[in-house]
Design a protein around this ligand. Structure first.
Ligand code: IVH
Length: 749
């Protein structure tokens, strides 16, 4: 044992004290982890208490040496990093929303279309309350509860097993369950328990909660399970994840089975045979909402037949077979105090209403979106009046509208209450952040800053997007940290994140001295950054924050090109074609106008041809390759080319790419499927499945689905009525098969 370890606090030199505090922090952290996370205490209580007392005594003598991660600030709690992570065996999904009967009818019609089910053929749904809590996934192995995890980003959640064991509604053991069973549902708090908890908290001088949902989340996400035990949480089961054997053939049957296994399921779950019955059940649930005793925010409809659910499958984060029908928004009146302009990642100038705080449906609202300058002026995108043409002015008495978790809006205003000196709002034509021109292109509702990377607001927003969950998702580097690093000039562009340690890491010294950072968190950050040097191609593409390139387009591009180099080569090669495309669009628009004025027929083909004349074959081929990808249109292609052609922007991307190890995209499911890696085109009408279903199935088997036939096409699946694409395939000698042969090939026949 070193001398400093034996010495009491009063005998330590400053250097010894610093070292001792570091050691104590480490030991106590390890003890906490063992106790709270691993349920396996490493030291006895008396030793633990002695270490904590010693730590406190040293801190009392050397207050300036107190660490950012000081064990004294973690009363009975696990380490500051919080919960360990659990990767969900099957992704936890969210739900698409419907806001009115029309949306519900469209949901049902869309499903019929996708599955090619006639409008009068039977199609059943379940309808049940949408519980306003937080979702939890419980994993049982051989009937024993082995883990519980929050949704997190859907792929990785927080391990809250110890806390879930404290919830009475969650069985610890199950009899006659599948060997592997993941049960999913909602943790929530009843109104009565919420009120009682807040009373207790207030009496103790503790923190009170704004609503039952926050209370439930705060109580489940406690590092100390003893606190969770004292908070009355409840659980409704409504879904499942991985299973070793099916629960039933239908959604309603599966819910009955979960109930038989000992889970609480919602008594208001009904089986409905169509839109009318669904809407009737929605009305009934809404009617009883106030007397339920817990918060719900809508009704969830799910296709009842699980075989159909499987055929419908998933979009990027939501299933096609379910939708949440939200209860109508809530409204409140308040004063508009100011209109601020925020500059987004793509330079969009977004007006934000600053409001006198007002409670709307239990939530305090002080900001609302004003959309764009037309909206403020009282016009819609087509120049038609909205709100009877009333414009919005600072000082106005405004009606705020809030629907679920959507950003509140200004729905209306009361002219009778308008202050006499209120003046129309003048939308800026210069970027308020960098002073560059802010321009509005024809057909665009939004005015955009032209400053690009020199605009600090755009740079920061791009960085925030870059580190966001669906992009690089770097642990410990969130929006707040990025803002601080950017403000201090530590990180100006994404590549800087990956050189941060070289520049400031030695550096640890410098980082750990920043406010909010300690040695441990600095080390963790560098480790988290290093871990993300290896990144899947789709995440990289999405992370670049290119306009019109969202998660789905990024995944389509990654799947099609497979590697960064292939993508970049094609986008570069397509540059002159993108220019021709834009010129052709402009020329055709001009020709349409000319012809309309002259009262003659427009010659669009000629206008188009002139624009494309002289474009090299390689550029045309690259453009066709890009725009031929199902889901990628000219808008995305132009945006990619424009970004890649901007010198400063491109240099910044190249600097980033040089620092990364990009994972090429493998076929998502079976690389050994006969169509993995093949480019397939569907044409003509398909009879056993819809086009959308065929595409999803082919992609799941690792094929790329393209909309047009080229020399790169491997296979054309032609149904009756196939026209020019089948002819082109024949010319190019591309293999062409019919739908039955396709089904036989992929083993679905
Ligand atoms: S089903 C794919 N059913 O709503 C199935 N979700 O907005 C996944 N939720 O993340 C969800 N009540 O946390 C389902 N009866 C219910 C629900 C429900 C509440 C939550 C759930 C989900 C969120 C999506």
């Amino acid at each position: 044992m070193a001398d400093s370890e034996k010495a009491g606090a009063e005998e330590l030199t400053e250097g010894q004290a610093r070292a001792r505090l570091a050691l104590l922090a480490e030991r106590l952290e390890a003890a906490n982890r063992a106790y709270y996370q691993d349920d396996a205490p490493a030291i006895d209580d008396a030793t633990y208490d002695a270490l904590k007392r010693e730590n406190a005594a040293i801190e009392a003598r050397f207050p300036h040496l107190k660490r950012a991660d000081s064990p004294s600030d973690q009363v009975g709690a696990a380490p500051a990093e919080g919960f360990s992570k659990v990767t969900h065996a099957e992704r936890m999904l969210s739900l698409a929303n419907a806001f009115d009967a029309g949306d519900v009818a469209e949901f049902v019609a869309g499903i019929r279309r996708y599955l090619n089910i006639a409008a009068d053929a039977p199609l059943a749904f379940t309808a049940e309350p949408k519980i306003d809590g937080l979702s939890l996934s419980l994993r049982y192995e051989k009937g024993q509860l082995v883990s519980a995890a929050t949704r997190g980003n859907g792929e990785v959640g927080e391990n809250v097993t110890a806390n879930a064991r404290m919830i009475a509604d969650i069985p610890q053991t199950l009899a006659a369950a599948p060997d592997i069973l993941e049960v999913r549902g909602e943790v929530y708090m009843s109104h009565a328990d919420f009120a009682a908890l807040n009373d207790r908290q207030a009496a103790r001088g503790g923190k009170t909660f704004a609503n039952p949902r926050n209370a439930a989340a705060g109580s489940l996400r406690q590092l100390d399970p003893a606190i969770t035990r004292d908070r009355p949480l409840r659980f409704f089961a409504y879904a499942w994840g991985a299973l070793s054997s099916p629960l039933a053939d239908t959604q309603s049957g599966a819910i009955d089975r979960l109930a038989a296994l000992g889970f609480r399921t919602n008594p208001l779950t009904a089986r409905c045979d169509g839109t009318e019955a669904m809407l009737a059940h929605y009305a009934a649930i809404e009617q009883g909402r106030a007397t339920l005793g817990y918060d719900i925010d809508g009704v969830v409809y799910k296709v009842d037949d699980l075989a159909l659910q499987a055929r419908l499958g998933l979009r990027s984060t939501t299933p096609r077979w379910a939708i949440a029908h939200k209860f109508p928004a809530e409204l409140a009146w308040t004063r508009l105090e100011a209109i601020d302009i925020q500059v987004g990642r793509t330079g969009a100038l977004s007006p934000v209403a600053r409001l006198q705080p007002v409670t709307v449906g239990g939530v305090v609202v002080s900001n609302a979106t004003l959309h764009n300058e037309d909206y403020i002026a009282g016009r819609d995108a087509n120049g038609q009046p909205i709100r009877d043409g009333k414009d919005i002015r600072v000082g106005d008495w405004t009606q705020v509208y809030r629907a679920g978790d959507v950003i509140p809006k200004i729905a209306d205003l009361d002219l009778a209450q308008r202050p006499a000196d209120a003046t129309p709002f003048v939308f800026p034509t210069l970027c308020p952040e960098c002073g560059s021109d802010a321009v509005r292109e024809e057909g665009d509702a939004v005015r955009r800053c032209t400053g690009g990377l020199i605009c600090p607001a755009q740079a920061v927003e791009k960085l925030k997007h870059f580190v966001s969950r669906a992009a690089f998702d770097i642990e410990g580097l969130g929006a707040k940290q990025v803002e601080a690093f950017h403000a201090d000039g530590w990180i100006a562009e994404p590549a800087d994140i990956f050189t941060l340690q070289d520049r400031y890491g030695s550096g640890l010294q410098q980082l750990k001295n920043r406010e909010g950072w300690g040695e441990k968190s600095a080390e963790n950050l560098f480790a988290a950054i290093a871990e993300k040097r290896r990144i899947p191609l789709n995440r990289l593409i999405f992370a670049l924050g290119i306009r019109h390139v969202g998660e789905v387009a990024a995944a389509d591009l990654a799947r099609h090109f497979g590697s960064w180099d292939a993508l970049a080569a094609t986008v570069d090669a397509a540059a002159s074609a993108a220019g021709a495309h834009l010129a052709a669009e402009a020329a055709m628009l001009a020709e349409r106008r000319r012809a309309a004025d002259a009262g003659t027929r427009p010659d669009l083909a000629a206008a188009r041809k002139t624009a494309w004349d002289g474009v090299a074959d390689t550029a045309r081929a690259a453009w066709e390759d890009l725009t031929g990808i199902d889901g990628i249109g000219a808008t995305v292609a132009v945006s990619l080319v424009t970004t890649f052609q901007q010198e400063a922007e491109r240099a910044s991307i190249d600097r980033l790419v040089a620092l990364l190890d990009i994972e090429t995209v493998a076929a998502p499911i079976s690389a050994d499927s006969p169509v993995a890696g093949k480019t397939v085109v569907f044409t003509g009408s398909l009879e056993k499945m819809t086009r959308a279903e065929a595409k999803a199935r082919a992609e799941a088997l690792g094929a790329k689905v393209s909309g047009s036939v080229s020399a790169r096409t491997d296979l054309v699946v032609a149904g009756p009525g196939a026209g020019s694409k089948a002819t082109k395939a024949a010319e190019l000698g591309v293999e062409t098969i019919d739908e039955d042969a396709w089904l036989a090939l992929i083993g679905d026949a």
